[in-house]
Design a protein around this ligand. Structure first.
Ligand code: LMR
Length: 393
């Protein structure tokens, strides 16, 4: 049965991660896969996560099944984290959250759910978007359509082109938006642009689907959710996929959440029952550990404050690196957009040959598209990286 299968090319992000691991040069620099790194170049376990794990280990009494929706406490905490402590939507019973295996699990379960609601669902994704959005959504059988998002010359949002294309979407189509820290460009919508896209979504009867993978790493937990919350307050239905990989540093624990917002509490209950049957027929139930950590942190005032402090420090550090990087590249041109963008990623705007040259000659790893993970920089490597890039331009 297997002999007809052709060798597939490796996933570009994961392949780059592997190539970096295998590179034996001591001065190599990883600006590839999106993981946060500290000043020493490590991806540490947050102290609040360590403390939550210690408590869990001491207090855990069973490894029995959690159920397809995962832990209720985690789900409630995530709803409040994303929509805000005083959300009317939560109060009115219009929101349900299920725990998923990472943000990827949330995206895929959402896609399977859309197909269940409407077998020929079209989903509109930004060009560019995170490379894994396409297989996650398309693999569930959804029709993928693209809307232009980034002006390749200025590396800023081409909002008019985005709106013009979405005018062509039809009622019932799904529109995928990045909640904050657009991956791969770092170019986010302004609040005014969120208002305008909300108006379009309402007028055309589209279903908004927001990927919230970096809450807290752009400008702050509340600031990063402002556009999403406005949109949620205006539309009858919305779907949100969230990840705890980056803001809790739980990458390998595969911790995420999928939120359904419905027009009424009764519709929400029925929709959630369908979603849970989708989960049951895919992976049955999510893994427990990461979500238990998040629940422990968000449910304890002191731990939560500590976590928020750690997250704010990560966010500040990325913002500082963005400014320092743009300044260090300034002699080679205007890289001010890097300082204005948010989250882990920005494009350098250099061609693939130069990306390869940086990797082969200098041991500097970034995606072929020239996407860099700014969080991979630090005081030691930033001058080395900037000088290598300046040397090319
Ligand atoms: C990235 O974009 O690098 C991250 O989201 C990690 C991944 O799984 O691709």
């Amino acid at each position: 049965m297997f002999e007809a299968l052709k060798q597939l090319p490796a996933d570009p992000i994961l392949q780059l991660m592997q190539a970096f691991r295998e590179d034996t040069r001591p001065n190599k620099v990883d600006l590839g896969i999106g993981v946060y790194k500290d000043d020493a170049g490590n991806t540490p376990i947050m102290a609040s996560v360590h403390e939550a794990e210690r408590r869990l280990l001491e207090g855990e009494t069973t490894k029995s099944y959690v159920g397809p929706a995962g832990a209720a406490g985690f789900n409630e905490s995530m709803a409040r984290l994303i929509l805000g402590e005083s959300s009317d939507l939560i109060r009115d019973g219009r929101v349900s959250v299920i725990q998923t295996p990472g943000g990827c699990g949330a995206l895929r379960m959402a896609a399977e759910f859309f197909r269940l609601c409407q077998p020929d669902t079209k989903v509109w994704v930004s060009t560019p978007t995170w490379a894994n959005h396409i297989p996650l959504l398309g693999g569930a059988g959804l029709d993928i359509c693209e809307y232009p998002y980034l002006n390749r010359q200025t590396l800023t949002v081409d909002f008019q082109a985005m709106l013009d294309t979405l005018e062509g979407a039809e009622a019932g189509d799904v529109v995928l938006l990045h909640g904050c820290c657009h991956n791969p460009s770092g170019a986010d919508l302004t609040f005014e642009q969120w208002r305008a896209v909300t108006e379009l979504i309402q007028r055309k009867g589209l279903l908004p689907f927001v990927d919230m993978a970096y809450q807290g790493l752009g400008e702050g937990l509340e600031e990063d959710a402002a556009g999403l919350r406005y949109l949620a307050s205006q539309v009858p239905e919305m779907v949100i996929a969230a990840s705890c990989s980056k803001n809790f540093g739980l990458y390998r624990e595969r911790t995420g959440a999928l939120m359904l917002i419905s027009a009424t509490a009764a519709i929400n209950q029925a929709a959630t029952s369908q979603l849970l049957s989708v989960v049951r027929s895919h992976y049955s139930m999510p893994p427990a550990h990461g979500a238990a950590i998040v629940e422990t942190i968000l449910g304890d005032d002191v731990l939560r404050a500590n976590w928020q402090g750690e997250l704010n420090a990560m966010c500040e550090r990325i913002l500082g690196l963005r400014h320092a990087f743009a300044d260090a590249l300034a002699p080679a041109g205007d890289f001010g957009f890097i300082a204005r963008q948010r989250g882990m990623f920005s494009f350098l705007g250099i061609p693939p040959e130069q990306v390869r040259q940086l990797r082969e000659e200098h041991g500097i790893y970034m995606l072929e598209s020239s996407r860099v993970n700014v969080a991979g920089l630090n005081a030691r490597v930033l001058p080395q990286v900037a000088s290598a890039i300046r040397g090319l331009i």
